[in-house]
Design a protein around this ligand. Structure first.
Ligand SMILES: Cc1cc2nc3c(=O)[nH]c(=O)nc-3n(C[C@H](O)[C@H](O)[C@H](O)COP(=O)(O)OP(=O)(O)OC[C@H]3O[C@@H](n4cnc5c(N)ncnc54)[C@H](O)[C@@H]3O)c2cc1C
Length: 466
């Protein structure tokens, strides 16, 4: 038998009798399982998820569920095909031994694999003071249980809701409060809502939109502490500018933390930033060497993107989880010449204050912005982001139909500013600074250091920052 025939036989054998384990039973995990069966993988498939539920969809949680239109437990993801798998729901993976190829479960079992897909996503960052976080009336939003609890709290018509953090999810929740006619205060440490994702120019428009809808928006201040009453229910927040906000529901919307702790000691490039992988979903080990049998997809993955100077991007978006899962699944059962790259142009949508906000590309990669269509005054516009003379992203407010056009320009690395595509031109079409906040706030993230002198001994290690 030739070498090529032997390898083809090995792949056939793996597809018939191999063992694949997926850790994380949500959007990326489910779509990967479906894709594996679609790719004619007939071996054993085990899906491990620490939530007790069948995979469900998260975007409706901050929208339809909070409004009370859809019960939180009615958000199951549609199944695209039958998946013959062993589902281990309500059980967390607690360790990974790559030498023996086994996943350790919280219940003490070991699950062997030939190939592993990690799709453990992220969780909500909790309010940092545990005593204050435990006060009744303090919430975060990531799971369907979180959404059910918060929806109940809103349905009981609190006197005021305080939302800490005006990213997409915080802003969507503020919008729901106003739709329900509940007084709401939003406190944002940055200069404006959505500033991290879309920059200060768009942030100012978002701020105006919030205020016009009656949100008490306070930017450039932080919440210093939360105070409860004698019954342990939150009543008040003290702000860094010395003011206080009386509120009986507080939602900490402080961004997400990647679920990687269970991989400690596994020797993967897993840390605060997620799990490093190549554009085919193959995980890197701690030395930055690509592995053969461990793959990553979804919110927890961080991969280089060809259009963005090969920088490693973590894309916490729905489309990225779906396509990343499909690419990883394909590559898990294919030979190298047939590998697919995950080249999705990132995209995001949000509905808030009656406006449909969409973006394509990576806005924070840009340093300039130009309005290209529509009217800023009417909050119906498209704008493009540029960097070094090329277009890298676009955002639209109620002009989503145009984003495909900008997506094509971004894919072609077209010049910035782009020519406006239509007749509906804004008054001011001059590029201006996009005003993204400067990164570089010190953190307690461990450093990666190199140890050993002999080239054969040199390896990377995580060292807690002193
Ligand atoms: C409220 C909300 C609104 C959103 N709205 C939008 C939107 O409008 N548009 C958009 O593009 N995106 C939106 N997103 C983001 C989108 O939902 C995510 O990108 C998507 O859920 C990512 O899927 P995932 O499978 O990678 O991760 P997740 O959905 O986070 O799933 C990971 C799963 O792994 C489980 N897990 C973690 N650790 C372990 C372990 N050790 N063992 C076993 N299981 C484990 C987790 O509990 C979870 O079930 C929203 C997210 C939220 C929370």
């Amino acid at each position: 038998m030739t070498m090529a025939a032997t390898v083809a036989e090995l792949v056939r054998g793996f597809k018939a009798n191999g063992r694949i384990v997926i850790v994380g039973a949500s959007l990326a995990g489910l779509r990967a399982a479906e894709a594996l069966r679609e790719e004619a993988f007939n071996g054993s498939l085990t899906i491990i998820g620490d939530e007790p539920h069948e995979p469900y969809d998260r975007p409706p949680l901050s929208k339809q569920v909070l409004k009370g239109w859809v019960p939180a437990d009615h958000t199951q993801l549609p199944r695209l095909r039958e998946v013959d798998a062993q589902w281990r729901l309500g059980v967390a993976a607690t360790g990974l031994d790559r030498a023996t190829k086994q996943v350790r479960l919280a219940v003490g079992e070991q699950v062997p694999y030939d190939r592993l897909l990690i799709a453990t996503g992220t969780r909500a960052r909790q309010w940092p003071n545990p005593t204050e976080a435990a006060l009744e009336g303090v919430y975060t939003l990531r799971s369907c249980e979180d959404a059910a609890r918060l929806q109940q709290a809103l349905a009981s018509r609190p006197a005021r809701v305080l939302i800490i953090g005006a990213g997409f999810i915080g802003s969507e929740m503020a919008s729901v409060c106003r739709e329900l006619d509940i007084p709401v205060t939003v406190v944002e440490r940055g200069s404006a809502p959505l500033v991290g994702a879309l920059g200060g120019v768009i942030g100012e428009i978002a701020a105006e939109m919030q205020r016009d809808h009656g949100v008490d928006l306070r930017c450039g201040v932080g919440v210093s502490s939360l105070e409860g009453d004698a019954g342990g229910h939150v009543r008040r927040a003290r702000l860094s500018d010395g003011t206080t906000v009386e509120a009986d529901v507080v939602v900490a919307s402080l961004g997400s933390i990647r679920n990687v702790e269970w991989l400690e000691g596994s020797g993967l490039a897993a840390g605060f930033w997620g799990i490093g992988c190549d554009a085919g979903g193959r995980a890197f080990d701690i030395n930055g060497v690509v592995t053969d049998s461990v793959y990553v997809a979804g919110d927890v993955a961080r991969a280089p993107h060809v259009l963005y100077e090969y920088q490693f991007l973590a894309m916490e978006h729905w489309d990225n989880a779906v396509l990343g899962a499909e690419v990883a699944a394909h590559n898990m059962v294919s030979l190298e010449p047939d590998y697919h790259p995950h080249l999705l142009l990132p995209g995001f949508w949000s509905g808030q204050f009656g406006v449909n906000i969409k973006s394509v590309g990576v806005p924070p990669f840009g340093d300039e912005i130009v309005f290209t269509q529509g009217s800023v005054k009417e909050r119906r516009f498209a704008a493009a982001y540029g960097r070094r003379g090329r277009i890298v992203a676009a955002v639209s407010f109620d002009q989503g139909k145009w984003l495909e056009h900008y997506g094509r320009l971004i894919e072609k690395s077209a010049p910035f500013p782009p020519p406006p595509p239509g007749w509906d031109r804004p008054d001011d079409m001059n590029p201006m600074p996009a005003e993204f906040p400067a990164p570089g706030v010190p953190t307690a993230i461990p450093d990666v250091v190199l140890t050993g002198h002999d080239p054969n001994e040199r390896i990377a290690e995580f060292r807690p920052r002193r």
